[in-house]
Design a protein around this ligand. Structure first.
Ligand SMILES: *Cc1c(COP(=O)(O)O)cnc(C)c1O
Length: 406
């Protein structure tokens, strides 16, 4: 309903697709009769009908149109269409948060008795869904070491219904071989759901490697300015229309029109911001490596080895996040964080402001110390989400903060 071809929420009927930077600025815009330049904000929950017959037709689906903003809204539809074009997906549904996108993408297709295989290094709340919530409903779940192709092969010898993973993963920046895992997952009968938040749609397109569904927290790079929460699920028209949309329509994780409007404006500058943030992140990774007090620097695609090769093959650039391990464990990490003057301590990421997090005591506090050790979340690990400040100021701040390790 209101999601068919040629309905207003499917965007302008322009033929042909533009290049990604153009789609980010123009994709999906529909203009009201006032012909506004900027995308209109339709802050409305409902829509009126010119007759009782029209209302009846809207509800039977014979007259596709906007019915209620829990289902679809013109501003939200513009955001969905713009992101859809960027991702190269057939369809998109926008959600209130990244977590509602992850949860809906899984719950809309799971039943008791089904099986989910996921990589072990996940965003904390994603880990909670797979580890704590799904088993309560009779779903069997299994975690594997995401960077170990043999571990995926072993887990996918048995049939599975969903494979869920992040790459690069939060916070260790571990890279999963998308092509290899998608192939094995499909042989096992699974739908592959990728959380593509760390790479952003600008740097990595999981659908091209065989993924079925891509989820985003729009809160991160898409807003990119720390203002609003949002999320999105992208996939085939059949998946979105037949599975995700009916589930979302009736359970209500919809994105608000106001947030969709902010996200539309965020998309306009997404490429510019992410490219500059990658420049800054790369510069900081080089600057930090080998400095006194630094034990290791991780940045996707940097250095040599299988993980670096894989990052270069899957991602256009290394991304906006740098993981730094300092000496003296938690004490060393806290000393650095507490000396920062410009960079803020915050668990958000993808923001224009550079933010630093100590995963072991914040985002991954609930993960046991033993598991943290297994998956590489050292007590001395600090995750930097690199922003848009002048990189020389970021270097100065880090240099003076690192003096605190000793
Ligand atoms: C932040 C984040 C989420 C959750 O997004 P919210 O918008 O905060 O709900 C999911 N996955 C990853 C990798 C994230 O970084």
């Amino acid at each position: 309903m209101a999601r068919d071809e040629d309905t207003p929420n499917d965007g302008p009927a322009r033929s042909g697709c533009y290049r990604p930077q153009t789609e980010l600025i123009r994709g999906g815009q529909t203009r009201s009769p006032f012909n506004e330049t900027s995308e209109a904000l339709y802050l409305t929950s409902g829509y009126v009908y010119s007759s009782a017959e029209e209302a009846e037709g809207a509800f039977t689906g014979e007259m596709p149109r906007f019915v209620y903003s829990r289902y679809a809204n013109p501003t939200v539809a513009m955001f969905e269409e713009r992101l859809r074009r960027l991702e190269g997906a057939e369809a998109c549904f926008a959600t209130a948060t990244g977590m509602s996108a992850v949860f809906a993408a899984m719950m809309c297709q799971l039943r008791s008795g089904m099986r989910v295989v996921a990589s072990r290094v996940l965003f904390g709340s994603c880990h909670y869904i797979v580890n704590d919530i799904l088993p309560r409903f009779g779903v069997e779940t299994e975690f594997v070491d995401g960077s170990d192709t043999d571990a995926w092969a072993a887990a996918l010898e048995r049939p599975a219904d969903i494979v869920f993973l992040e790459t690069p993963a939060n916070p260790t920046l571990e890279i999963v071989d998308l092509g290899a895992v998608c192939e094995m997952a499909h042989k096992a009968g699974a739908c592959v759901v990728i959380d593509n938040v760390f790479a952003s749609p600008v740097l990595q397109r999981p659908l091209e490697f065989g993924a079925d569904v891509v989820v985003y927290s729009a809160t991160k790079h898409i807003d990119g300015q720390g203002r609003a929460l949002g999320g999105a699920v992208l996939g085939s028209k059949a998946f979105i229309d037949e599975k995700l949309f009916p589930f979302a329509k009736h359970t209500g994780p919809s994105m608000s029109p106001f947030n969709a409007w902010l996200m539309l404006k965020g998309l306009e500058t997404l490429d510019l911001r992410v490219q500059q943030q990658c420049d800054n992140a790369q510069t900081l990774a080089d600057f930090l490596d080998g400095r006194p007090g630094v034990r290791a620097v991780r940045y996707p695609g940097r250095g040599s080895g299988k993980q670096a090769d894989l990052a270069r093959a899957q991602m256009k650039r290394g991304g906006t996040i740098v993981a730094l391990e300092v000496e003296r464990g938690k004490e060393g990490a806290f000393a650095v964080l507490n000396r920062l003057q410009l960079i803020d301590i915050s668990n958000n990421l993808g923001d224009a402001k550079t933010l630093a997090t100590h995963p072991a005591t914040t985002t991954h506090q609930r993960v046991s110390a033993e598991t943290r050790r297994e998956i590489g979340i050292a007590d001395g690990l600090i995750r930097f989400s690199v922003g848009l400040e002048d990189v020389e100021d970021l270097k100065d701040d880090l240099a003076q903060a690192l003096a605190g390790v000793r």
